[in-house]
Design a protein around this ligand. Structure first.
Ligand code: KG4
Ligand code: ZN
Length: 343
């Protein structure tokens, strides 16, 4: 028996097939960067149309390449939320339609839990007190995941997410979309000392929460000022310096909270997932910190950092083994664009 995973929460269309042991039979993720690039951000309407075009073909490809029929499926797992409603609807409706033909169970999966699931192979890898940080375009959230798959939120961003801050910075500097990978690439070539970005008033009562909007505004104002003395664009050398400075400010802010939570909670295991977790500087700093504290660090491999259907399929299998699924005719299964996993 096989389990099909479908992910369409934002701008990646992803399909995966796993066997009953959880081994990957198929995984393909198609991004829509070229579609959204000229708008400097994801356009929801375009994203859902593209999912509707790509998803059936990608599922057909998965079936053909692995010799799978719908009758071989144990269940279908699909991202239910949070994400863009239109994009989520495409995946959930497709899953319902396909499952309906064979009365298959559906496992509705939480997007944020899937980002953390990308960090480990088996639930038995989670030892002792376990914390998890999700850093993506929509989330910068820290959880206690000791009672996996139950999540207890420790802190969250009160405004923008880390990925959003990278994207906005990249857009302001005219770098290719999305900003995160462009900024990391440019920052690598910087040879000058970085400059600090005043964070402005941090709009949070809880010192464990994250806040990126002040840093984003400081970057934007400072850049506007700097551009006044040029022809309106930055040299490659200056783009490198500005990229490195923004990346350093984002990571320093993340680590101010990570250091504190390690001190307070003394975790045995730490999970890191989400699109920003692909950032090599973040991975190296995280590795050094966890080594210093003797923490078992589990980071999602680069291909599972961003939105992907393999993590969806793996949660699907975990859930089926626990008897947790939505049976035919899927009465209570609708998308949830806003959904707190610790509810
Ligand atoms: O998890 P994800 O694929 O989608 C969301 O759920 O948001 O994350 C996308 C985010 C984008 O903001 C992107 O700029 C960021 O991940 N990202 C990076 C890097 N690669 C992707 N941020 C920093 N450094 C990177 N190398
Ligand atoms: Zn995501």
């Amino acid at each position: 028996m096989k389990l099909l995973g479908i992910e369409t929460s934002c701008d990646d269309t992803s399909v995966a097939l796993v066997d009953e042991t959880g081994a990957t039979l198929f995984l393909e993720t198609l991004g829509q960067e070229t579609l959204h690039e000229r708008y400097g951000g994801v356009v929801p309407e375009l994203a859902s149309r593209a999912h509707a075009q790509i998803l059936p073909t990608l599922v057909q490809k998965a079936f053909q390449e692995t010799g799978t029929n719908t009758s071989d499926l144990l269940a279908i797992a699909v991202t239910r939320g949070p994400g863009l409603s239109g994009s989520l609807l495409v995946g959930v409706s497709f899953a319902k339609g396909l499952a309906f033909s064979h009365s298959l169970p559906i496992v509705p999966v939480h997007h944020v839990i899937a980002h953390l699931r990308g960090a480990f192979d088996r639930v038995s890898d989670l030892r002792g007190k376990t914390l998890g940080l999700v850093v993506s375009g929509g989330h910068t959230h820290l959880y206690d995941v000791t009672r996996w798959p139950k999540l207890k939120r420790i802190s969250r961003t009160v405004d923008d997410a880390a990925g959003e801050t990278f994207d906005k910075g990249g857009k302001l500097m005219g770098l290719p979309f999305p900003g995160g990978p462009s900024i990391e690439r440019m920052a690598k070539s910087n040879t000058r000392p970085t400059f600090p970005l005043t964070k402005g008033p941090i709009r949070t009562e809880d010192p464990m929460n994250f806040s990126f909007s002040g840093m984003k505004t400081a970057f934007s104002l400072k850049l506007r000022q700097a551009l006044l003395s040029t022809d309106g664009s930055l040299s490659a050398e200056d783009q490198a310096l500005w990229s490195d400075s923004l990346q350093t400010a984002i990571l320093d802010h993340l680590f101010s909270r990570i250091n504190k939570v390690i001190e307070l909670e003394s975790p045995e295991t730490f999970l890191l997932g989400g699109g920003v977790a692909i950032n090599q500087v973040l991975r190296e700093r995280m590795g050094a910190l966890c080594q210093k504290h003797g923490i078992n660090l589990l980071m999602a491999p680069p291909k599972l950092c961003g939105d992907n259907a393999l993590s969806i399929a793996q949660i699907g299998l975990d859930s089926m083994l626990q008897g947790l699924f939505t049976p035919f005719p899927y009465r209570d299964l609708s998308v949830q664009a806003r959904w707190d996993p610790s509810e």
